[in-house]
Design a protein around this ligand. Sequence first.
Ligand code: MLT
Length: 249
Amino acid sequence: MNKPAILFIHGFPFDREMWRPQFEWLLDWHCVAPNLRGAGTAVAPLSPDAYSMHTYAQDLIGVLDQQRIERVVVCGLSMGGYITFELLRQVPNRLRALVLCNTKSAADTSDGKRGRDALAEKARARGTSAVAEELVPKLLARQTREEHPDIVREVSEMIERQPVAGVVGALHALRDRPDSTPLLGRIQVPVLVIAGEDDQITPQAGMQEMAHAIPNAEFVIIGAAGHLTPVEQPGAVNAAIETFLEKLV
Ligand code: MLT
């Protein structure tokens, strides 16, 4: 079989379950969707210093080594995209193609960094339900919020079940991540960039600009979706990913 394996990297503050509609659809492909450290059922180190884009990437390289996967298609959403950029720094030759969903290459602004610290403080003081309360309205498209209470509930519950240490650690990693913009022009593999029409966190205009800066990138906008395109519009996202993957074999 010459189909490459696909490594799905979830965003913040989620876990591998966010990719369920994709790995349950792509049954003919070898899909790997781990929980990052501090997410889902993975071990959550207590010190925020144990979390960085570098260590998340190191953990994922360990997963690939363990499964003897030499080259992989990486599909990352938002923070998963930031980690994909880190994999590009660390193991460029192991990447066969990339799917960048609802993400960006820039580092946090000073305001953004202050927001990370404030959210970490809130998580410590009031737990992950306060994090869900703050984030869910920003994560989902207006249409999803109005017409899909099931998705609102699913996303809220996913955030609420995350360990506080993992959420605080991820915020530390997000705050201190490097600018990956200089990498874009040097990406040599095929890339699919997926944006949400109503994404407030990584707006489609910025994502289109990012796609233009990558030599071999396709750009797709998913209608009636916010920041969580694979969860909000699984059918459209599955179709876009599958079409892209079929071209690789
Ligand atoms: C994510 O979905 O991973 C987050 O929105 C990333 C971020 O806050 O920068």
